[in-house]
Design a protein around this ligand. Structure first.
Ligand code: HEC
Length: 218
């Protein structure tokens, strides 16, 4: 054991003295044992580029371009009325009523198109954890994300839409925030789809229109 520790210390000292610490400055090219992704083909700000005539990585922006907002929300970028929209329809952006309680229902019109877009976004951003039926058995469960709850509980069925909006916007415990990836309309669309999943998971024969019952053999 004594030898082992002595050898280990020797090996560590030798390795560090030959290879140095990460971030060390060298006069010659160091030996790169773990290159990770340090070197990769990419454009650097103000970098040199052989492809373009002026040899600059930076491409000039269109004359007169002014960025508005974060640049990811179409309405924010393209609508001159955006700020009034936020003032006129605060719940849409906060998920809260004027008195600070969670908003119940939807500040947007729930249409088949909205549900369809909600399904698309759900499949992209939520399905991996929450599963395609919302039972919490997404693929991440296999890899240890055991905390993902099922939507089919009384707590989540009765949770105000605004509170779900807040969870999507800011995340909650192990669940990350999706506010930067989904604009407010898309978040409400996803919530509508979550409601549809909850309805589907808790439906009875009474919910099936009379004319469709025969198709189901009922
Ligand atoms: C990385 C896995 C993961 C993804 C992706 C994910 N969630 Fe979650 N979600 C969780 C976990 C874990 C919790 C439990 C959080 C807690 O209460 O501790 C949770 C909780 C929730 C809840 C219950 C919130 C509450 O207040 O109890 C809702 C509703 C929800 N998620 C909706 C969504 C929606 C909608 C999306 C997609 C935009 C999404 N989640 C994406 C893991 C995820």
């Amino acid at each position: 054991m004594r030898y082992f520790i002595a050898i280990l210390i020797f090996v560590i000292v030798a390795t560090v003295s030959i290879l140095g610490f990460r971030q060390d400055k060298f006069t010659q090219t160091p030996i790169w044992v773990f290159p990770d992704m340090d070197i990769q083909a990419r454009y650097e700000p103000q970098g040199k580029n052989e492809f373009y005539a002026n040899q600059m990585d930076d491409r000039p922006i269109v004359p007169g371009t002014v960025q508005r907002g974060y640049g990811w929300e179409k309405k924010q970028v393209f609508s001159g009325d955006y700020q009034w929209d936020v003032i006129d329809n605060p719940s849409m952006y906060s998920g809260k009523k004027e008195n600070g309680d969670w908003y119940e229902g939807f500040p947007v019109e729930v249409t088949p198109a909205l549900l369809q877009s909600g399904k698309e976004k759900y499949d992209i951003f939520c399905l991996v954890c929450h599963g395609d039926t919302g039972d919490g058995n997404g693929i991440t469960k296999k890899y240890g994300m055991a905390a993902t709850p099922s939507y089919h509980t009384d707590v989540l069925r009765s949770m105000p839409e605004g509170e779900i909006f807040n969870t999507i916007t800011n995340g909650k415990n192990l669940m990350g925030a999706y506010g930067m990836k989904l604009n407010p309309e898309e978040r409400w669309a996803v919530i509508a789809y979550v409601r549809a999943l909850q309805l589907a998971g808790n439906a009875t024969v009474e919910d099936v229109p009379q004319q469709n019952r025969r198709d189901l053999g009922l």
